[in-house]
Design a protein around this ligand. Structure first.
Ligand SMILES: Cc1cc2nc3c(=O)[nH]c(=O)nc-3n(C[C@H](O)[C@H](O)[C@H](O)COP(=O)(O)O)c2cc1C
Length: 321
């Protein structure tokens, strides 16, 4: 309870102190930041995204990564929140002082309970003077990441990841496997981030296969009960006659209702969603409506999606290997 009160107090302080969301950075990877919790847990997750962010850029990337892998999310909150003046770099502000002090270890407000269930830990941070903020050092000196695969990623105004991840790695024992640090460019889209995550081969794709007319496509399926129900139907082979609609999607009846958890969603090319509980929708353009996400086609460019779906009605088949 004490922990929760401290967390809520810090959150209130942070809300007052945070500068406005940097809308120009990683803009198309952004999700509705204001509605996101600092902690998200899914009982089956084997990956965790741990991040520190003072201006929401790393936060947006973190949730995009977590969505691609159905990973858990944990935000590193500082014991003393950073006020706007603390972050005005090159003014000898608090962040400048911490970065130039090799012994600085800013306090962490709450710690992840246990990393036991995770095999992969994504570690996200902004670049501060060419390095990770010192609070990452506090974190890595305080948790045990032995045996984990660590995937460092960062955002910055322009600098590369440089030696930031190597200096973090030096704080951990040599049973942790560190992948190359990835700087997420400010122009990266959610699709770019998803493609990078999936290219790491950390998660086996579900066994359900999709074919559009005669073209097999790769789908990164969501980990939810709608996809589980669809997978059960696909076990007997499922053929769905689709119709073009609105110049941006094809829609067709699944023939029965699936569990649904509709939320207002901005879709983009390659997204596969459930509409109205019993309709499969695949996008070659974008739309905003209440849907349940089912997956995302990962091996087709927007142009390829348009030529697959934008030239007349198609038939989609779902099957299990
Ligand atoms: C104290 C401080 C130092 C920074 N140093 C650098 C830097 O060396 N190179 C750079 O490209 N950006 C630098 N930046 C910019 C941040 O890396 C960039 O805005 C980042 O995307 C912020 O992530 P966030 O919105 O998740 O906090 C610095 C920002 C701060 C506050």
């Amino acid at each position: 309870m004490k922990k929760l009160t401290a967390l809520l107090t810090a959150l209130l302080l942070m809300t007052a102190a945070l500068p406005a969301f940097a809308a120009d950075a990683v803009s198309s990877a952004t999700v509705n930041i204001s509605s996101l919790p600092e902690l998200r847990e899914n009982p089956d997750a084997s990956a965790l995204v741990v991040y520190f962010s003072t201006d929401d850029t790393v936060k947006a990337v973190s949730y995009t990564i977590a969505d691609a892998l159905s990973a858990d999310v944990f935000e590193i909150l500082p014991e003393i929140p950073y006020a706007e003046d603390d972050l005005k770099y090159y003014t000898n502000c608090r962040a400048d002082q911490e970065q130039s002090d090799s012994t600085a270890r800013p306090g962490v407000l709450t710690w992840p309970d246990s990393l036991e269930k995770y095999s992969v830990v994504f570690l996200g941070y902004p670049i501060w003077h060419g390095q990770a903020p010192k609070i990452l050092y506090t974190l890595l000196e305080g948790i045990d990441v032995s045996g984990k695969t660590i995937v460092p990623f960062c955002t910055s105004a322009s600098s590369g990841a440089g030696s930031s991840a190597r200096n973090l790695q030096a704080l951990t024992d040599n049973t942790a496997v560190w992948l190359d640090a990835k700087r997420i460019d400010n122009s990266s889209t959610a699709d770019d981030i998803r493609s990078w995550v999936l290219s790491l081969g950390l998660k086996e794709e579900a066994a359900m296969k999709m074919t559009i007319n005669d073209t097999p496509v790769s789908v990164a399926w969501e980990d939810n009960d709608s996809v589980k129900a669809l997978t059960n139907l696909a076990a007997d082979g499922l053929t769905i006659r689709m119709s073009m609609y609105g110049g941006f999607e094809q829609v067709g009846s699944i023939g029965q209702r699936l569990p649904s958890h509709d939320v207002q969603t901005n879709t983009s090319s390659g997204d596969v969603v459930l509409y109205s509980g019993d309709q499969l929708v695949v996008f070659y353009g974008s739309n905003s409506w209440a849907y349940t996400r089912l997956g995302h086609i990962t091996d087709q460019t927007p142009d390829q999606m348009r030529s697959l779906l934008g030239n007349g009605d198609v038939t989609i088949t779902l099957s299990i290997d």
